[in-house]
Design a protein around this ligand. Sequence first.
Ligand code: ZN
Length: 130
Amino acid sequence: MSTEEKPLHVQVAEVLGWKNCRVCDCQSCHGNDWVGEDPKSPVRAIGNQRLVEDIPLYDRDWAATGPLIEKYNITSVCLSKYLWDTVSDFRPSWIARADSLSGHGSSPLIAICNLIVANPERFREEALNA
Ligand SMILES: [Zn+2]
């Protein structure tokens, strides 16, 4: 599966350093859930491996993305009110910013995810040492 086909939240996770991201192969997920190894999770005492965990839904879950917003001082504002008078086929449009970087999307979280994915060197997180 190419990078382009990975869901946005999985692309964000890989920027943040998650390893071995893949579709979960358990019976209950029906191939819809993605799992991986969070570099910030402690390694197991036995086998020196990390837990395989569900990848947070960064593009939909404020609780997952909130710590990133705080850590990286990200802002997100709606452009809609500026476009409302000029665009006939109105759709919500958001811009997310961190320093001089920016990303766009149809929701605040999608804009933030696009910002992160487009600037991996800025948002790559440090792995927790075992
Ligand atoms: Zn599963």
